[in-house]
Design a protein around this ligand. Sequence first.
Ligand SMILES: N=C(N)NCCCC(=O)O
Ligand SMILES: [Zn+2]
Ligand SMILES: [Zn+2]
Length: 319
Amino acid sequence: MTQPIGPVDSSKTPRYAGPAGFARLPRLDQVEHADIVVAGVPFDSGVSYRSGARFGPTHIREASRLLRPYNPALDVSPFEVAQVADAGDIAVNPFNIGEAIDSIQAAALELTEGGTRLVTLGGDHTIALPLLRAAAERHGPVALLHFDAHLDTWDTYFGAEYTHGTPFRRAFEEGIIDTEALSHVGTRGPLYGKKDLEDDRRFGFGIVTSADVYRQGVDEVVAKLRDRIGDRPLYISIDVDVMDPAHAPGTGTPEAGGITSRELLEILRGFVGLNLIGADVVEVSPPYDHAEITGVAASHLGYDLVSLLALRHEASAHV
Ligand SMILES: N=C(N)NCCCC(=O)O
Ligand SMILES: [Zn+2]
Ligand SMILES: [Zn+2]
C-alpha cells in the first residue's frame, strides 16, 4: 500500500499560509482513495434563533490550521494510519430545505462509497437527518450518541417538520436509528413542557444531563454509554452548544450550565474500540464566536473523531 498523503508540513509552510483544508489535509481530488473524509455543509436555513452556521465549515477549517499530526490522548497519528482528505463543501439550496436535505443525503452516500467514513462539519442541526439516512442506508438503523444542550426531538416549528430542533424525531419516525441505543449527552435548559421529555423517552432516548456529567464524572458516563452502545454501528452527532457558552460562544441557541471542552473531548476519547461509522460537528456560528474559541473547540472535536475512525480503520486493516 502507498503511504497516505498527509497534511501540509507546518515546519516548511507556515500554518497560516495557503488554503485551509481541514487540518491542512489534501483535498479529496488530490488522493487516489480516502479512508476517511471531512466535508462541510454550509447550511443554516433550519435555525430557530440566531443564524450564521452556514459559515461554520470555513471557520472550523481556519481554526484547524494549528492541529498537529500526532494525537497523544489516543496515541495515534490519524493521517498516517489512514488516508484522510477534505472533500470540500456540499453546497446546498438555502431556499428549499427539502431539496437541501435530499442533496446532503445523496452527497453523504456518494462520499461513503466503498467504506469511506465521513465526518461532517455543519451547518445547523437539520443536516443530521440526511446524514443519518445515509448512514442507515449503509449500516441499517444506527446507535446514536447525541451531544447537545437540546433534545432536538421536537415535532414542528411554525408547522415545519425539517428544522434544527426536529431531526431526531424524524429519524425515529423513519426507523433509521436503533431505539435500543439512543442517548443524549449534555442536555440542559428550559423546555416547552414536561411532554418534551415524555415524547423523547417514548422514542427510546436515554439522557445524560450536563449536571450528570458534573456529578458522576467522565469515566462513569463513558462506562454507561459504552454499555448501551455495545458493538452496534454508532453515529455521533455533536452540537457545539453542548458546551457551556464560555467554551462555545459561537452558536445559535446557547444555554447556560454546559460541559467544558475538556469534558467533551475526554468523553469522546472514552469511545475507542466502539464501532463508530460516522459523525458530525454542527451549530458553529462564527458571527457569534470570539477569538475562535468555538472554532478551535470544533476543530479539535473533528480531529478526535477522525482519530477514533483512524484507530478503527487501523484495527480492521489488521484482522
Ligand atoms: N439544535 C439546536 N441547536 N437548537 C434547537 C433549539 C430549538 C428551539 O429553538 O427550541
Ligand atoms: Zn443544541
Ligand atoms: Zn442540536
